[in-house]
Structures are given as C-alpha cells and as structure tokens.
Design a protein around this ligand. Structure first.
Ligand SMILES: Cc1cn([C@@H]2O[C@H](COP(=O)(O)OP(=O)(O)OP(=O)(O)O)[C@@H](O)[C@H]2O)c(=O)[nH]c1=O
Length: 674
C-alpha cells in the first residue's frame, strides 16, 4: 500500500437518532470536527426536517451508503429501490452530469409512478440519485465483473478523475387520481486523484469484492480509500450522496429568506443570505406580528410560479423581476436562479465576523455559559453596554446560530459553549481575539498588500517588521500572550487530525520546531506513548508555555527547549515537525531551514509538516486560498500546493512525500530522509 487517504468526514451512523443529546455532546466535545458538523447540520436542518416530518419521503435507492448518509442527518424516509435500468444513451447527453441527473430523475419518477399506480400510496417526495465516475471522457458506472473492475481501476490509476452525483427531488401530488410531479434537480462534482496502482494492489483490491457495487469500481469510504491521493470537493458526494448540496437545496425549497428580508431587498439592497445558520431561528415563518412588521406578507393565493409576488394596495410593492422567492406548482418556495446569494453572502461576511468578534470580546458567551439564560438588559448591565446595542448584537448572534433566543431570553448554542466560551477545552476564543485585534487591521490594508505584494504591518500598526516574530507578535507581553493563545486554539483544533494522519510509531524521539505551546506535541505523546517530544521555540515563547499545558497528563511530559531554528542547533531527533512554519517564510528561508533539518536527519528520519495545502491548480479550496491572502498581509510567506511542498522537500533529500487532506483546518505532509 503506497498511499493512504484519510478523511474523517465519513463515519457511518454518526449522529444517528439513537444517540442521546448529552451523549452526542460528550462525543462532540472530544471530536471538534464531528461536533462542528453535527451541530451545524442539526441546527440547520431542524426546521426543514420539521416541515418534512409530516410528509411521506421516499428514497428511491438501494444504495446502503445513501441510506446511511440521509439517516445520519435525522431525515425520516422509506426506502423503495428503483427498478429503472440505467440504460440511457450516454452519447445523447452534452455533459456527463446531465446523464447522471437524468438517470436520478428517472429512478425517482419510476418509484413515484409505481407507488401511485401499483401501491395506491402516493408519496409526497421521492429522492433519486445516480453516481458516475468520469475519466478521459468515459463514464464509468458499476463494474459488471472482475475484469470490468480491473479495466476501470487501471484506467483511474495515477490520474485525477471526476465523480458526479446527480440528484432529483420529486414532489408528488395526486389530482383526480392522476399523478402530478414537480422535479428539482442538481448535481455535484468532486475530483479524486488515484495513486499509481501496482497490479498486485489492484487485484488484491478487486478480490476483496468491494468494487462490485460501486461506480468506478471503488469505495472511497472503505478499502478503496487506500487508492486515493487526494479529494477535492464534497467527500460524501463520492460516497454516493452530496449531503451538503442537498441540505442547501432543501433550505432553498422549504426555507426561503424570511419575509422581512424581502423588505431589506427593497430598502437596503442587502438581503440576508441563506446560510445554514440562518435557519436556527426556527420560527421565522410563525405568525408573530412583530416579525412581519413593515414587511411584505406573502399571500399564497396571490403568488404565481411565473410572475413574482405583489401585494396590491400595500406601499411595499415588489416588482415581478426583483429577487423574490416564488412559489412553484406544489406550493414550494423557490429562488429564481438570478438571486446572487453567494455574492451577497460574501458581501455581508464581514458583518457576521465582526458580530462574532465583538460578542467574544465583550465575553457574552462566557456570561451566558455561566448564567444559562439572560434577558438583553441583564447582559447589557453585566457587560457595561447599552441595552439597545446589546439587544441588536444578541439578536444578530441568535440569527447566526451562535445563541438561542426564547421568551425567557438568550442562551448559548451548543457550539458557543464548546468553541466560544473562553474557558472551554476546545475554545477558539484566543483565535477570535487575535483575528479582531491583529488580522482585522491588516485586512483593511489588503488593497495595498495586493498592489505592493508585501505585508502591511507598518500600515496597520505603525511598526516595521524586520524581524517578523519579534516585531509583530512578541513586541509586548500582551500581544505575545494573545498570539500564543491564538496559535494554541488552532493547534488544539487540528492536533488530533495531524497527529493521527500517518503511522509514526517507528519513531522514538521528535522535535517540534516552532512548536509554540506544545499542543501538537501533547497530542503526539498521547497517541504514541513511547515517543519523547521536545518543543523548540524562541526563548520568549518558552518562557510563557506553562499555563497552556494539560492539567492531567498520563504520559511522559513534553519537554521545551529554547532557541532560534534559523540560527541555533536544534535537539537531535528521528522525527522533525514543522507545523505552520513554512508558510511564514520565503522560499529562500525555507531552503535554509530545510537544509539544516536535512543535515540533522539520519537516513530513515521523518519530517512531518502541517500546513494548509493548496490544490495544484490553486483554484478549488477557497479557505486555503484566503489563508494565503492572510499570509500576504502579515508575513513574507504564502500557502503552497502539494507539488510545491513535494519539490521543496525532495530538493533536500526527503522522499516518499505523502499528503493527507485531513478535512480539518490543517493538512499533513510526511516524508523520510533517504
Ligand atoms: C465512487 C463510489 C461509489 N459508491 C457507490 O456506488 C454506487 C453508485 O451507483 P448508483 O447507480 O448511483 O447507485 P446504486 O448503488 O445502484 O443504487 P440505486 O440508486 O438504487 O440505483 C452507489 O451505491 C454509491 O454509494 C461508493 O459506495 N463509494 C465510492 O467511492
């Protein structure tokens, strides 16, 4: 086995309804990623699932993976596998995804018809899906036998291919005993790259039996994961169902922007955007008079799928072609394609960030964690702020899903308790404060950074950063502590995924260069009790690490040694670690550092990097690419792609470079000295 792909998103059965709330919370607390996904999805889907709860929902698929994925978000449905044969003429479709969508549609329609006619049980909604793999302009479906699987897998070997899943959501209605259907469809594309597969590995995999019921002849969620070098896009889409896109579609269908938003379109030109978080205000469509004050009331009898909405006699008349959700024949609200939700989301993004920053800075989440539920006036008095300002901040946070608002007052959401309270184990408070105090001023000079191609520390803080860390991050005790708390937050969030990305059990000593508070080092000694880890960092940092150490430690403690890795000799080790170090520096300085590490390494020594890895074309991972802009405004470094890291490492005698996209904020790269 030469390559291994680890993507922790796939965890069958996670979030199943049998797990009680408190149990789930416990699981989540020890697994930040699961917690994030669980809470986000749970929160987002609640109102939509509520609406679907009373409907007969049918999954027209025999695929156990699709059943598990949909189960995992708590959707209630029956399974009626489709009898539709996947025999549409592929060459008659202009693009592969159109073929996948059409097949998905036919699968769902076949089930809808059969249930209506044969079983006299018309479903409300039928969901169909079809997954295909495309490579070199060929569409690969499920192999018919082992030879076919061999042909498919050898075609995929060493190459990038696309996985498309087409999905059809069919709304059904029985009128005068006739079945009426309304289809909403979409597709999702994920790019997957396979390693070069040896004949031996290929046949071993085929004989495992796994390829036979899977498009392209592999199952990424199981043994097939070992064939994969990287995945760009939605992992679950490869597994068979694009859950994220599906949830967004449900939101669009069942939860159009709140009616008072429509008011804003007219007067502010900035409607709120459809994020999952918007859904936390479950009762948006309640009949609360306050909620609709001054807003257009949508009268179902006056809405038409073709025209838009008007409310005659009201002063708030909306013209037919403005960005209104319109009702389709099934009474379902849909957004016209023109609605530029993505752009508006970006345009508004800074407001949401700033609301989060201010609430964190004013310790709103700490207060609510301690007190449970409070009215706005009590929060305002405690944080020494105006009642009207506090109320608006709390409302905004509630609408963003950070708080919950009831008649009793405001309380923290689960994710706020886990990530926003400053004293919780997985708190991101440090990083939030750093973002507000340090990154925000730097980003206000992004335009200059882009024009000049350099960091903006002088413009933002009036200080030259000749020595980046001394001048920017360690210039005062306060700034240093803030910076270390920020790095600690991120390291805690990512350490487990980085520490477990590769098998490091053969190493006995490790040195984490620039390892700061030792968060990754502490995770490594948990995972590998026989590993002795030394954190090597500047004296200013080492002097300040004590209060970041874990309270209960069952393993040998991590040791800390001070020095400058550019100038001083560093401790001997058979594994070196650089976590978020290379992205701070120019290629020239990286070469200097890597050649020092290479010289210190004996053959067989390992080097573990943890960085955000960009895709080779630098076009797919927006979070990673924004992180590279972040490096532009504040350092002389940048984020790099997998092949860029590979060539830097190979240049210094490291081989067998493996990259794992962890699905977390940091990815992991491992290589050995030859
Ligand atoms: C690439 C890949 C695919 N699959 C499975 O491949 C089948 C695709 O075939 P389909 O025709 O879309 O679905 P089906 O299995 O025939 O079911 P149905 O929709 O009823 O026709 C689905 O099962 C998927 O999970 C995996 O489990 N893992 C993977 O990495």
């Amino acid at each position: 086995m030469r390559m291994r792909a680890v993507w922790r998103l796939w965890s069958p059965g996670r979030g199943s309804r049998s797990v009680g709330d408190s149990a789930r919370r416990r699981i989540n607390a020890s697994c930040p990623r699961a917690a994030y996904l669980g809470l986000l999805a749970g929160m987002a889907l609640k109102p939509v699932l509520g609406k679907l709860g009373s409907k007969r929902v049918v999954l027209a698929s025999a695929s156990p993976r699709r059943q598990e994925i949909l189960c995992s978000v708590g959707l209630r449905f029956e399974v009626v596998p489709s009898w539709f044969k996947e025999t549409l003429e592929k060459s008659s479709f202009a693009t592969p995804y159109k073929y996948a969508i059409e097949t998905a549609k036919q699968k769902a329609l076949e089930v809808a018809n059969r249930m209506h006619v044969k079983h006299l049980r018309t479903p409300d909604i039928v969901i169909g899906a079809d997954t295909i793999v495309t490579v070199d302009e060929h569409i690969l479906e499920k192999p018919i036998d082992k030879q076919d699987a061999y042909r498919m897998l050898s075609r995929l070997s060493g190459k990038e291919h696309s996985v498309f899943t087409g999905v059809a959501i069919v709304h059904c209605n029985s009128k005068d005993n006739r079945l009426e259907t309304e289809v909403t469809d979409f597709y999702e594309e994920t790019k997957v790259k396979f390693a070069d597969l040896s004949e031996e590995l290929l046949w071993e995999y085929i004989h495992s039996g796994e390829p036979m019921d899977k498009a392209g002849g592999y199952g990424i969620q199981a043994l097939g994961g070992m064939l994969v070098e990287y995945v760009h896009g939605d992992f679950l889409n490869v597994v068979g169902f694009p859950l994220n896109h599906f949830c967004k579609k449900l939101v669009e269908l069942y939860y159009p922007p709140p009616k008072h938003t429509i008011h804003h379109i007219k007067h502010d030109s900035i409607p709120s955007v459809e994020t999952f978080e918007n859904l936390s205000d479950e009762e948006n469509d309640s009949s609360s008079p306050l909620q609709y004050k001054g807003a257009i009331k949508l009268d179902r009898s006056k809405t038409h799928s073709s025209g838009g909405v008007c409310s005659p006699g009201s002063s708030n008349i909306i013209k037919p072609n403005c960005m209104m959700p319109v009702e389709n024949q099934n009474g379902v609200m849909e957004n016209p394609d023109k609605f530029p939700s993505k752009i508006l989301e970006l345009l508004d993004g800074f407001r949401a960030s700033k609301a989060l920053f201010v609430a964190s800075k004013l310790k709103v989440f700490d207060l609510l964690k301690n007190k449970g539920v409070l009215q706005a006036v009590d929060v305002a008095n405690t944080i020494n702020s105006s009642v009207c300002g506090t109320e608006r901040l709390l409302d905004a946070c509630a609408a963003l899903g950070l708080l919950e608002k009831t008649l009793q007052g405001y309380s923290n959401s689960d994710s706020a308790n886990i990530y926003l309270a400053s004293d919780s184990e997985d708190s991101l408070h440090g990083y939030i404060i750093h973002s507000d105090d340090h990154l925000w001023p730097l980003f206000t000079h992004l335009e200059s950074a882009v024009k000049e191609g350099t960091m903006q520390n002088y413009r933002a803080f009036g200080k030259k950063s000749e020595n980046l860390f001394q001048d920017s991050y360690y210039q005062s005790m306060e700034v240093k502590q803030r910076f270390m708390a920020a790095m600690h937050s991120i390291a805690k969030l990512t350490a487990k995924d980085v520490a477990t990305a590769f098998d490091l059990s053969q190493f006995r000593s490790a040195c984490d260069l620039g390892g700061c508070t030792g968060a990754l080092a502490n995770e490594l000694v948990q995972k590998y009790p026989n590993l002795k880890v030394t954190v090597f960092d500047l004296p200013e940092v080492i002097a300040n690490v004590s209060h970041f150490q874990p309270v209960r430690q069952h393993t040998a403690p991590v040791t800390f040694t001070s020095g400058d890795f550019f100038k001083d000799n560093f401790p001997e080790a058979d594994l070196y670690i650089l976590s978020r170090i290379l992205h701070d520096w120019t290629d020239e300085k990286i070469h200097m550092l890597l050649s020092k590490i290479s010289a210190a390494c004996k053959p067989g020594c390992g080097l573990l990097l943890s960085e955000v890895v960009l895709d080779d074309e630098k076009k797919n991972r927006s979070t990673a690419l924004l992180q590279s802009l972040n490096m532009l405004v504040q350092t002389e470094g940048k984020e790099r792609s997998g092949s860029e890291y590979q060539s830097l490492l190979e240049h210094h005698g490291f081989t067998n470079v493996k990259i794992i996209l962890t699905g977390n904020l940091l990815d992991a790269i491992f290589c050995t000295k030859c």
